[in-house]
Design a binder for this molecule. Structure first.
Ligand SMILES: NC(=O)c1ccc[n+]([C@@H]2O[C@H](COP(=O)([O-])OP(=O)(O)OC[C@H]3O[C@@H](n4cnc5c(N)ncnc54)[C@H](OP(=O)(O)O)[C@@H]3O)[C@@H](O)[C@H]2O)c1
Length: 313
């Protein structure tokens, strides 16, 4: 197979032996491989792959057709079209994945979308709905609404019937959040950011906040902006410690969640959402490059020139 392999901070395109599926695994032939901010963090040594996943091949998403299956696989046949997430190893044209970590790709989702949708949408869904119990009528605050996860969060929020408040720094890019269905947008910046965000929430603050910014300061703001009984899900990868007043968490009965994983039910729910609604994904698929340009693509991501890049092996 062809894979993008980490050598220190450099990514190299290399030939590797095809993965052999374990008992419950399928091997997927992937026509596309999506790059995410997590790949940047992994390259910098801040996001190691979990045990059992390939440590030197980044990539969190998998999509394509099953080309081999382990002896104990019940759910899939060779030729089935599947997609989902992996702990690592996604930047390759052959990816081994547990059979229960993928679901069938709906017909309407083309190969490019199937490659680029899982990470953003599953992260947002697991954080807001599975963890924080987002429901109809909740005020949802999306911090970092212009990003991959944030744009998914805005759309999922609208779909479940929440009132969606989108915050990001670039007003120009917040136009996308408006188009995706945010009820209010707030441009972050200046000492009055919290006051403006609170006003946009209706004065009391947010029932659920998804914190999609890798910044301790923004995490502190998220806690400040939670209403009584509010739930705050922290997904933004920041190594810095953040400060919160314990008394506020007690008296306002706040709940803080961390989220990194997903379940197969999350994948099914995201597929249902896609089939039921007018979900927009062009901003995740707009930029493609050959697999050999992975280093340049990662630099584009680091410099904020693109939201995502999908590589073509
Ligand atoms: N825990 C998990 O499972 C998980 C999974 C995926 C991602 N993550 C992490 O979650 C974070 C978001 O991921 P992503 O893929 O959506 O990243 P992304 O595409 O880079 O988006 C982050 C967005 O945050 C906005 N932003 C930056 N600073 C801000 C500030 N001070 N206030 C408000 N908005 C700000 C940026 O837009 P502007 O420049 O317009 O402000 C940017 O578009 C990253 O830290 C990523 O590592 C965690």
């Amino acid at each position: 197979m062809r894979a993008i392999v980490l050598h220190g901070e450099e990514l190299r395109l290399e030939e590797r032996p095809d993965p052999v599926p374990g008992g419950n695994e399928v091997v997927v032939a992937a026509p596309y491989a999506a790059l995410n901010p997590a790949d940047l963090a992994q390259r910098a040594g801040r996001y190691p792959a979990p045990p059992g996943a390939p440590q030197d091949i980044p990539g969190l998403e998998v999509s394509g057709r099953v080309v081999a299956r382990g002896a104990a696989v019940l759910g899939w046949q060779v030729g089935d079209r599947v997609f989902g997430l992996v702990g690592g190893g996604g930047l390759a044209d052959r990816v081994a994945v547990h059979e229960r970590h993928v679901v069938a790709v709906p017909e309407r989702l083309d190969d490019l979308e199937a490659a680029a949708v899982p990470e953003a949408f599953l992260t947002a869904f697991d954080a807001m709905v599975s963890q924080a119990g987002l429901g109809p009528g909740d005020v949802l605050l999306v911090n970092g609404a212009n990003g991959g996860v944030g744009t998914a969060a805005v759309q999922i929020g609208r779909y479940v019937g929440a009132r969606v408040i989108a915050i990001s720094r670039s007003d120009e890019k917040l136009e996308l959040a408006r188009r995706l269905g945010a009820d209010e947008v707030v441009q972050a910046g200046g000492t009055d950011t919290v006051a403006r965000a609170r006003a946009a929430c209706g004065g009391d603050g947010a029932d659920v906040t998804i914190q999609c910014v890798g910044s301790a300061e923004v995490a502190e703001q998220a806690i400040e902006l939670a209403t009584f009984g509010g739930r705050v899900v922290l997904i933004g990868s920041s190594p810095e410690p953040f400060r919160a007043r314990v008394v506020e968490i007690c008296w306002r009965e706040l709940t803080l969640f961390g989220s990194r994983g997903f379940t197969v039910d999350d994948i099914r729910a995201v597929v249902d959402l896609y089939l039921a609604g007018d979900i927009v994904t062009e901003h995740l698929t707009a930029r493609t490059r050959p697999l050999a340009e992975a280093n340049e693509a990662l630099e584009d991501l680091r410099e904020g020139r693109v939201l995502r890049t999908v590589l073509m092996p």
